[in-house]
Design a protein around this ligand. Structure first.
Ligand code: PAJ
Length: 282
């Protein structure tokens, strides 16, 4: 596996490869776990060459504390990437990416940026759009892989390539979970043992909501979830929303099995100081 820290060196290598080989790309912020690796394995199956980037992007953090506490495990990451057969890893510095102007570009993603995460994380999707656009320009992959774990992010990236007219196929990958159902996340390692023990409650509630949504309308299911969390001693609900997958607008009615538009339940929960998100197609 080749490791590159500068755009120039990476592009020199990619220029040669691009003539004959398809390039799959998986952008990450490191602290890799099996969720990330599942994306890389899929990219590996579908492309000749796999590029992974590791870059903790400062402009997508709305809280400085969150950025400062973001886990950095570069040696372990490189080992995992090697084992899973990654060909190229790009680990740029902040200066390499942003020069001296560490600012986001402002994007209009047609409204999906204002729903759910957009309401609670100011400027987050401008930061994500800025870094992914920059990485796409640098790597110019044929296909890029994103997890459904961050479903709103996945939809934003699909919109980004459309707006910027980038010839890149965006592939969404299913959520990889712990045995007890907790969605894998770099943040899980920061949970206290008590919070880690109760965290699978989030996925259990999502599954129960799915069952209930079969017969009850979405607002009723939402109220039921809110009541469940009010009673929970350790987990604090930030939001639970049933929304359309395409425009991410809140859906309040009953499930229509004939409709082409699917709904998904989205949830954000505080387990102590750690914010966890998850979602499930209904
Ligand atoms: P990061 O949180 O490191 O995630 C990198 C990719 O892994 C994202 O596409 C994310 O959705 C996916 N992922 C994380 N946990 C997953 C899980 N349990 N199952 C499946 N996929 C999972 O998301 C980011 O970084 C950044 O915002 C980034 C896109 C790199 C831009 O900075």
């Amino acid at each position: 596996m080749n490791v590159y820290k500068t755009v120039t060196n990476l592009q020199q290598e990619l220029k040669k490869l691009r003539q004959k080989k398809s390039i799959g790309f998986v952008p990450t912020m490191g602290a890799l776990h099996k969720g990330h690796l599942s994306l890389i394995k899929q990219a590996k199956n579908e492309n000749d060459v796999v590029v992974v980037s590791i870059f903790v992007n400062p402009t997508q953090f709305d809280k400085k504390e969150d950025l400062d506490n973001y886990p950095i495990t570069l040696d372990a990451d490189k080992k995992l990437l090697d084992e899973v057969g990654c060909d190229i890893v790009f680990i740029p510095s902040v200066k390499e990416i942003y020069s001296t102007n560490i600012k986001s570009q402002h994007f209009d993603f047609g409204g999906i940026e204002h729903e759910m995460e957009g309401k609670f994380r100011d400027g987050h999707f401008d930061g994500v759009g800025t870094i992914v656009k920059r990485l796409f320009e640098i790597v110019q992959p044929d296909t890029a892989y994103f997890g459904e774990k961050d479903f709103q992010q996945l939809q934003i990236i699909k919109k980004l390539v459309e707006i910027e007219q980038m010839p890149i196929k965006i592939v969404g990958c299913t959520i990889f979970r712990e045995k007890d159902g907790l969605a894998m996340s770099s943040r899980n390692a920061r949970l206290t043992p008590e919070h880690r023990e109760v965290a699978p409650f989030i996925y259990k509630i999502l599954k129960k909501s799915k069952k209930k949504f079969g017969t009850k309308n979405a607002s009723k299911v939402t109220k039921w979830v809110e009541k469940k969390f009010k009673k929970h001693p350790l987990l604090k609900l930030e939001y639970f929303t049933i929304a359309n997958e395409d425009n991410l607008k809140t859906f309040e009615g009953k499930k229509d099995p004939k409709s082409k538009i699917k709904q998904r339940a989205f949830i954000a929960v505080f387990a102590g100081k750690i914010r966890l998100i998850d979602n499930l197609q209904l």
